[in-house]
Design a protein around this ligand. Sequence first.
Ligand code: NAD
Ligand code: MG
Length: 381
Amino acid sequence: MKRLLILGSTGSIGKNTLKLVKEFNGEFEIAGLTAHSNIDLLQEQIEEFKPPTVVVSDRQNAKILGDRIGERCEILYGEEGLLEIAKRNNYDILLSAIVGFAGLKPTIESIKLGKRIALANKETLVVAGELIIELAKKFNSEIIPVDSEHSAIFQCLQGESKKEIEKIILTASGGPFLNRDKTDFESVTIEEALNHPNWNMGNKITIDSATMMNKGLEVIEAYWLFGLKKEQIEVLIHPQSVIHSMVAFRDGSIKAQLSAPDMKLPILYALTYPNRLNYGGVKTDFKKIAQLTFFEPDFDKFVCLKLAYDAIDKGGIAPCILNAANELAVDKFLSGEIKFSQIPVIIEDALDNLYEDAELSLEIIESYDKKTRNYINNRYK
Ligand code: NAD
Ligand code: MG
């Protein structure tokens, strides 16, 4: 039995993970669950999976939940609660599936315990890739990607060594606006942007997919995870999302990983690697796939993708500013405060005005995350 601590159990990745725990009865045990504010769903999860400890973000919710469930489960709250649950040595695998910057610090605590990290929270590697990779080496913690593209590459690299890689090809669905004219981005509605053609995911990553910032964040994620040069990471539009990514080797051979678009597959692989389980999910039937198509991405239309590549060149604190600005711009778009077309404008503004040389540390990263949010909040009221 592997013991899992799931950070973000009420989200899209968290719920999919719990479906797997249920399906593979006897393989996994729940050591802890955390949620931001959805205490109704967390309560159901407590009743079904019986974790010894859970965490919610605010004290009031912790109290309400405590009144409902009594002594059956310990309830912690706030950032301290998240750090505390991550520091407890009562689990084998951390499923890091909080969305955004909030996932960073608890993930670091788990790395320091040398745990396996099943990493969905790509923002962790975007904002602090260098520190995370160093820490993982130091504490002997395996980081296994959950992001489907990185899982694909990770799977293609089994039995291979880094020096044989010519490049990796990250596939991208292109999101809902692949065929929409850029001049029309001003009028994009929240509903249109939340309507992803292939994947059903949390709101933030769905908007990131619509701007293609998701692919930009994934380029940075791949850069750190696989230790490649920026020039070795290529993005290719593949609207069917059947090929999840590819690796081209120096002898001209290319490996790809294919499956139906179902996040439970990369989640399960991260939990069971190097083994696999008999999963009864959707099987790929080539006779039913009419065609697989590929295009080059349009960097003028999807400015966020370009900004992410540029942030790797700038290095240092740039990806952290990019990430914070993006998180806030997405929040503002979702709350109707800004237009879809303003998202890249705000990110570029933050990078132009806040980027400076900075020696990276967790404290510096946290301070730039805050600085960027303050800057944007003051400028775009
Ligand atoms: P989601 O919005 O559905 O869920 C987020 C989870 O984090 C929820 O449990 C929520 O309660 C919790 N949370 C949110 N803000 C928090 C905060 N400030 N403090 C503590 N907890 C907080 O998101 P998701 O789609 O499941 O994505 C989670 C992560 O996985 C993201 O980093 C995303 O990029 C990545 N990811 C998701 C998918 C997918 O298919 N959904 C695919 C690849 C990668
Ligand atoms: Mg992905």
